[in-house]
Design a protein around this ligand. Structure first.
Ligand code: GLC
Length: 482
């Protein structure tokens, strides 16, 4: 039996701002219970909904020293068992009391300096000795660093191996070195250029990559891309150096949550065998709900995304007037940067009968859009994996994506001659190229519906459930602890 601890800053269903939470929520359940005891630890944010928080059970608490802080800091441990997995929550109201999980970077860095140390300090107390500590993204980058320094003489961790999984290299947790020294108490050599130093600052993700036994990222293509300057975010050199201990393992999605055959949130259920008659009922339902003209004949394009620079919204802006022709409806769901939110509000105002801007996040509406749309647009600048295209494929909604990262690995371009492929793709970060892909999709949709239906059908038949990828993580866990 191997013990595995997932450490992360978010986890569905407790707290979610992005795909990270979906992965941390789904993956631990996928391992064989006779081989692996997988547990999860995240902060006990005050903004976790009360319906969950009220069920957390107090386990224990203690006081921990932290860097050069004069006083010892309270660490509360709560536990909740949910769908067969033990979740731990680190409690400290000073750090986790806000109304959002993240705020300004200065405070976020400090609170994860605390969290990462508290995670290690907790383990002997609850007597869970992990064979593998599996860390996710910059917020947990100090776990491998603390383990190999401040905790290295603690026999409890003898044999414990660490994995650092990169879900997004863009965010690294960078702040002033003196502050890191103050809040972590880590020895000076840790802040050298070959360790945590990055352009004179401290960098938590860099620390995680250097000190972890193994590094993974969430698709094969992204694992290759981040070794090049364009995608490397300043760490490509380090990642090339570490590539003997790096691989990409593509994410899956939870096939119980995302299943058009049983999804209780959508207007009408459908399968690969009856989507032709039934999927369109979802379009009608959503058109009515959104106040768009109810018309089966419109080509409905969806965007479900954080509205940030990463997601390629600039390209959409460049050619929006040409995307939303009279035969097209465009529905966006998401929040993010003001300029992108306002852009879609503007187009909704200008094209009331074609554009619906849902500038909020609603899980329910997202499910309805996955079921209703004909195509889903993801023109990302970079995309470590992307989950939206995987969910779209499952719902028979044809992805239109840029060939980058996980998008490239999971969507095969439509090929007319072979009648193969599951979506429409374009290569360069260029608005005209994106528009050409969208127009090609429209042409097939309006003039060769049988072929379009073939694309839909092939997409629905793909398997992006977690099984295969969980198997690769299991192999890695064995390999590292042999
Ligand atoms: C981040 C990435 C996204 C990935 C997700 C889960 O949100 O931007 O591409 O799917 O993490 O790994």
């Amino acid at each position: 039996m191997k013990n595995v601890l997932f450490v992360a800053s978010e986890c569905y269903p407790f707290i979610k701002t992005g795909g990270l939470a979906d992965v941390v929520g789904a993956l631990p359940k996928m391992f064989n219970k006779n081989e692996f005891d997988v547990r999860v630890v995240i902060p006990k944010y005050m903004c976790i909904p009360w319906e969950y928080r009220q069920k957390f059970k107090y386990v224990t608490s203690f006081y921990m020293d932290l860097g050069k802080l004069p006083q010892h800091i309270y660490v509360g441990i709560m536990m909740y068992e949910h769908e067969g997995i033990k979740y731990y929550f680190i409690d400290n109201e000073h750090y986790f009391g806000g109304d959002k999980p993240y705020g300004n970077i200065r405070q976020d860095v400090e609170k994860f300096c605390f969290f990462d140390k508290a995670v290690l300090a907790m383990l002997p107390v609850i007597n869970f000795k992990p064979d593998i500590i599996h860390c996710h993204d910059w917020q947990t980058g100090l776990v491998p660093v603390y383990l190999r320094t401040l905790f290295s003489s603690n026999g409890f961790f003898w044999g414990t191996k660490t994995i650092m999984t990169i879900h997004n290299l863009k965010f690294q947790g960078i702040w002033n070195i003196n502050m890191f020294k103050y809040y972590t108490g880590l020895p000076d050599y840790v802040f050298s250029p070959s360790n945590m130093e990055y352009k004179r600052d401290g960098n938590m993700l860099k620390g995680g990559i250097v000190f972890a036994d193994y590094v993974t990222t969430v698709s094969d293509s992204y694992a290759g891309e981040i070794q090049m300057p364009y995608y490397g975010e300043g760490l490509d050199g380090l990642i090339r150096k570490k590539n003997y201990a790096l691989c990409g393992i593509v994410n899956g999605i939870d096939y119980n949550v995302y299943n058009p055959e049983h999804d209780i949130q959508i207007y009408e259920h459908y399968t690969p065998d009856n989507f032709k008659e039934n999927k369109v009922k979802n379009k009608r339902g959503l058109q009515k709900e959104l106040g768009l003209p109810i018309d089966d004949g419109k080509f409905m394009i969806g965007i479900i995304s954080r509205l940030t620079d990463q997601k390629g919204i600039d390209l959409v802006n460049w050619v929006m007037e040409r995307i939303v022709d009279p035969n097209t409806q465009f529905v966006v769901i998401g929040t993010g940067d003001d300029k992108y939110e306002n852009l879609f509000r503007h187009y909704e105002w200008k094209y009331k009968d074609r554009v619906s801007a849902n500038i909020f996040y609603s899980d329910n509406r997202a499910h309805k859009l996955y079921a209703a749309a004909d195509a889903m647009l993801m023109p990302s600048r970079f995309e470590p994996c992307g989950l939206t295209q995987l969910i779209s494929l499952r719902y028979g909604t044809v992805p239109i994506v840029r060939e980058t990262g996980g998008l490239r690995d999971t969507v095969q371009p439509y090929n007319w001659y072979e009648q193969s492929g599951t979506g429409f793709t374009f290569k360069n970060y260029n608005a005209e190229e994106m528009l050409a892909a969208i127009n090609y999709a429209k042409t097939v949709y309006f003039t060769e519906r049988d072929k379009w239906n073939g694309i839909v059908w092939r997409g629905m038949k793909q398997d992006f459930s977690w099984g295969k990828s969980a198997g690769r993580y299991a192999e890695l866990y064995y390999r590292l602890t042999r």
